[in-house]
Write a protein of this length. Structure first.
Length: 403
């Protein structure tokens, strides 16, 4: 690895690090002649039970990490979706996903990395440490840099004790705003689920049909899907009781509670595969993010835009952290400019609500123009200077994030 980057840097040959290829912003896509650097053979994982840490090479998959942690009686809570994603890619893109509410996104788990810089130097930052306050946190700069500052080859990842009890709850609503305004109330009663997902019944029913499965909740047009994970059955029961009391107080439709592991896995599978019901007519997936209490305002604005442009914009997402996935669907007679106009109007409203154009997918190649348009100019200047400091010859993923 080091030798490849030394030679590439000397002769100014572009290098494109590539993991599992599961990202949604084309950050690992080679876009010019150069070297594609696959890390798939670097796939070793070892578990340190005493320190609750995994040492994982960049080519190990999310599925590998989940399995290794489970076999050691531990738990890796994060689940961005595709278990074929590589650890290096999860770090490079600061992956989020369904379970990010209670314990955070990828950067909250990474305690150390081994990284090869574009100039060939090898850095080890952090390690099996809970605290590390020595100077600028270069590791956090590299996490989320989408393969533009260095190639992550190994990581030390914090694990947790395995939950002893879990449940998945579906809460149905007839009114979308009421569903989304219910989310802050969950936190206010002291319940912090592993996940709170907003889905529309029409979409999950379509997805379940494609998968040959059945979505268990038949009532309501709009659903919240909650995943609870606790250290004991007693703690789980207490959380469920608090939620049911809140449901009764607010006046929702009849919730569905799944406790068996298979039932819970089926519900999560359907939620994770909604894309399957949309992909044939899909033009773009946005992952706009606003303060969670502003999600209802954002989705109402999106519905107004859908009516204005006479199009369909399916929506679902991570209601607990304000990350909404909006799908721009194919419309007869539309050009790229038409889709861009609609996307920019959604982004403008997102920014007005105190949000950002991407909560987890990143900028990559496909969001570069939007990033330039919607990010603070000074912030953009500073990011470009950081890129130059790490990669003076601009060989590593050279045309990603910035235009």
């Amino acid at each position: 690895m080091r030798q490849i980057l030394l030679v590439a840097n000397k002769y100014r040959v572009p290098v494109f690090p590539r993991g599992g290829g599961t990202g949604l912003a084309a950050a690992c896509m080679p876009t010019m002649s150069g070297i594609i650097l696959s890390l798939e053979r670097m796939n070793k994982i070892s578990i340190d039970k005493d320190n609750l840490m995994a040492e994982a090479e960049a080519g190990a998959t999310l599925g590998d990490l989940i399995k290794a942690a489970d076999e050691a009686g531990l738990f890796f809570p994060l689940h961005p979706g595709d278990e074929g994603a590589h650890i290096g890619g999860l770090i490079a893109c600061n992956a989020g996903g369904v379970r990010a509410i209670k314990t955070g996104v990828m950067r909250n788990y990474v305690k150390g990395i081994e990284v090869v810089l574009p100039t060939g130097e090898i850095l080890i930052l952090g390690g099996k440490l809970v605290k590390n306050n020595a100077g600028y946190d270069l590791m956090q700069l590299i996490i989320g840099s989408e393969g533009t500052l260095g190639v992550v080859t190994k990581a030390w990842i914090r694990l947790q004790p395995r939950p002893q009890a879990s449940a998945t709850i579906i809460i149905p609503f007839e009114d979308r705003r009421k569903a989304l305004e219910f989310v802050p109330k969950i936190f206010q009663i002291g319940v912090f689920p592993l996940a709170i997902e907003y889905v529309e019944k029409e979409l999950v029913d379509q997805t379940a049909k494609i998968l040959g499965m059945s979505w268990p909740c038949k009532e309501g047009k709009y659903h919240l899907m909650l995943i609870l994970a606790e250290s004991s059955e007693e703690a789980l029961l207490l959380e469920c009781e608090k939620l049911m009391d809140l449901c009764e107080k607010v006046g929702v439709l009849e919730p569905i509670i799944a406790e068996r592991r298979e039932e819970q896995a089926n519900i999560l599978k359907i939620r994770s595969e909604i894309y399957s019901a949309l992909k044939n007519e899909l033009i773009d997936i946005l992952d706009t993010t606003v303060p969670p209490a502003k999600m209802a305002d954002l989705i109402e604005s999106v519905n107004k835009l859908a009516k204005k442009y006479e199009t369909y914009i399916p929506a679902f997402g991570h209601a607990g952290d304000g990350n909404l996935h909006l799908h721009l669907m194919r419309k007869e007679g539309w050009s790229k400019d038409d889709y861009d106009r609609l996307r920019d109007e959604i982004y403008e409203k997102t920014i007005q609500l105190g949000g950002t154009i991407t909560g987890e997918h990143g900028i990559g190649y496909v969001r570069r123009e939007c990033f330039k348009k919607f990010v603070d100019r000074k912030a953009l200047e500073l990011m470009k200077e950081i890129k130059k400091a790490f990669d003076p010859n601009n060989i590593l993923n050279p045309d990603k994030i910035f235009i």
